[in-house]
Design a binder for this molecule. Structure first.
Ligand SMILES: CC(C)(COP(=O)(O)OP(=O)(O)OC[C@H]1O[C@@H](n2cnc3c(N)ncnc32)[C@H](O)[C@@H]1OP(=O)(O)O)[C@@H](O)C(=O)NCCC(=O)NCCS
Length: 164
């Protein structure tokens, strides 16, 4: 889903963008942004729509999580999901950020910064101050954005592919 709204000058973006919580009626908007994210993450692979739709429907109606949308002139240009995680023996209550995406035409204008800010406020209202996320180690944009937004590496996931 590409934005049809022409981005204003960079400095004017903040005034043009509105951040709001997605409601169940925003289902198709959320699906559109998630499709765009999947296409960018896995070029050449069509997103499995049935999976996306059933996951999104559940999430939009679930407690303990929120999806924020960034909108310009009623058109969605960014998305971020934030879900509270149950505490474990080792880690107190955290929140996991997923589905982080900004329309390519709107990047580097502080939109993800605003979405993370909204997620942080929502977490604080639930007494959670530990925000976490996962990203591919070679995703330069994500590494740049998360570093700039104060996310430090606390875990590393290693993979070994086997033939068996
Ligand atoms: C990563 C992404 C969400 C960032 O969104 P954004 O709205 O452009 O981020 P912001 O404008 O709030 O950036 C804040 C700061 O992060 C850093 N940053 C953002 N994008 C960057 C990039 N491509 N390279 C290096 N640093 C970057 C910069 O310091 C930036 O501040 P600046 O523009 O004043 O220099 C966006 O590039 C995107 O949607 N990428 C494709 C999907 C994706 O990779 N999602 C993350 C999956 S974990």
């Amino acid at each position: 889903m590409a934005s049809t709204v022409v981005p204003p000058a960079k400095a004017a973006t903040s005034d043009a963008v509105e951040i709001r919580r997605a409601a169940p009626r925003d289902f198709e908007i959320v699906i559109g942004l998630r499709r765009s994210l999947r296409r960018e993450e896995r070029p050449g692979e069509e997103p499995i729509d049935a999976q996306l739709r059933s996951m999104t429907r559940k999430q939009l109606n679930a407690a303990g999580q929120v999806i924020f949308l960034a909108e310009v002139a009623d058109e969605a240009v960014g998305i971020l999901r934030c879900a509270l995680q149950a505490p474990t023996e080792l880690v107190a209550r955290t929140a996991l950020l997923t589905t982080a995406y900004v329309d390519p035409a709107w990047r580097r204008r502080g939109i993800m910064t605003r979405l993370v800010d909204a997620a942080e406020g929502w977490c604080a209202s639930h007494g959670v101050r530990d925000l976490r996320l996962r990203n591919a180690h070679d995703n330069a944009a994500a590494n740049g954005a998360w570093e700039a937004l104060g996310f430090r590496v606390v875990q590393v996931v290693r993979q070994r592919r086997t033939e068996r």
